[in-house]
Design a protein around this ligand. Structure first.
Ligand code: 3PG
Length: 390
């Protein structure tokens, strides 16, 4: 695909779609990872003398109406602080925006515009008319075929990938396309149902798959153990068995926890008990892998050449059930492997234990990261590829 870094931006009207969908509380940005990840792109364009218009969605507001709660105003303010210069928030922009060379403005939440989510062609053409060059840099929203991520790119005079999008795709392709082996994937989170496709597709490319979190409970049940009152999807036990058999047929194994940490209720104060996987009682809820299991998973991670991490292996928000996730994070951080992590909960865990500097690449994508791992084509990327072919 065409890249922003190869273009002369001086004096051009450059419309950059970014994913500035960040958590906001009481009018303040509470986690600015996505904004910081977008900064190099913004600076590069502004320093090249472009007339920079940034666009993003925030939240999931009702289309066609403005709502203060979903305004990008806190993002404009935060971004101004990071850039050290005022970023103007433009509320009405569909008929054109005046931007000086080297200036950066932020267009208000694209999801206030009717037709954004359904990739409406009229809206996409209006976005396209704002610019000479459209830059798709929102990896986190690349799995959405919407007017600001997809349609606009079909009609803009020039459409290209921004540096962040390009870096994300490079890192993910490196991890999955030509990995240093063994390639180990660790997939946690609460439900097999939301991760079944990713488990399926990863199991075909990885040398070692590790499961944790609520997902592991279904695998524990598939081995015939009782899981008490734990989250477990009985209807997916056959799928868990199928994945385990497929791994065995390839000469490997999906390890199942040998010990677990249980509590009696989902609460920050419920006491934690460690027990063998065969000793889970009828009233127990499994909230984390046990220390023996964590150590054996960490040993598997230690042998890896490449690691892909999505999803915590326990309820790490509660400290008494955080041991497994902390141990996984630390094992990944200590490893020499090329490591890549993504997903909201995973990033929160990485932040909680201060491991960000020791992970090779941290993706800004949640849903998009997962869809890439699932082997799906991201519509925004497909659009750029189609444009590159002419
Ligand atoms: C995300 O946070 O995963 C992206 O910004 C996409 O948001 P969406 O799920 O509301 O489309």
């Amino acid at each position: 695909v065409k890249k922003m870094s190869g273009l002369d931006l001086a004096g051009q009207r450059v419309l950059i779609r970014q994913d500035l969908n960040v958590p906001v509380k009481d009018g303040k940005v509470t986690s600015d990872a996505r904004i910081r990840a977008s900064l190099p792109t913004i600076k590069q364009a502004a320093e090249a003398g472009a007339r920079v218009m940034l666009m993003s969605h925030l939240g999931r507001p009702e289309e066609g109406v403005f709502s203060e709660a979903d305004s990008l105003a806190p993002v404009a303010e935060h971004l101004s602080g990071l850039l050290g210069s005022q970023v103007r928030l433009v509320r009405d922009y569909l008929d054109g925006v005046d931007v000086a060379e080297g200036e950066v403005v932020l267009l208000e939440n694209v999801r206030f515009n009717k037709g954004e989510k359904k990739d409406d062609e009229t809206l996409a053409r209006r976005y396209a008319a704002l610019c000479d060059i459209y830059v798709m840099d929102a990896f986190g929203t690349a799995h959405r075929a919407q007017a600001s991520t997809h349609g606009v790119g079909q009609f803009a005079p020039v459409a290209c990938a921004g540096p962040l999008l390009a870096a994300e795709l490079d890192a993910l392709s490196k991890a999955l396309g030509s990995p240093k082996r063994p390639l180990v994937a660790i997939v946690g989170g609460s439900k097999v149902s939301t991760k079944l496709t990713v488990l399926d597709s990863l199991s075909q490319v990885v040398d070692q798959l590790i499961v944790g979190g609520g997902i592991a409970n279904t695998f524990i049940a598939a081995q015939g153990h009782r899981v008490g009152k734990s989250l477990c999807e009985d209807d997916l036990i056959p799928e868990a068995k199928r994945l385990m058999e497929a791994a065995r047929a390839k000469g490997g194994e999906i390890p199942v926890p040998t010990d677990v940490t249980v509590g009696q209720e989902f609460s920050e104060t419920t006491p934690a008990t460690v027990c063998g996987v065969a000793e889970v009682g009828g009233g127990d809820m499994i909230f984390d892998v046990g220390p023996k299991t964590a150590a054996s998973y960490a040993a598997l991670l230690k042998k890896a050449g490449t690691i892909v991490w999505n999803g915590p292996v326990g309820v790490f928000e509660f400290d008494q059930f955080a041991g497994g996730t902390k141990a996984m994070g630390e094992a990944i951080a200590a490893s020499d492997a090329f490591s890549i992590a993504g997903g909201g909960d995973t990033l929160a865990a990485i932040d909680k234990y201060g491991l960000a500097d020791k992970i090779s690449y941290i993706s800004t994508g949640g849903g998009a990261f997962l869809e890439f791992l699932e082997g799906k084509t991201l519509p925004a990327v497909a659009m750029l590829e189609a444009r590159a072919k002419g």
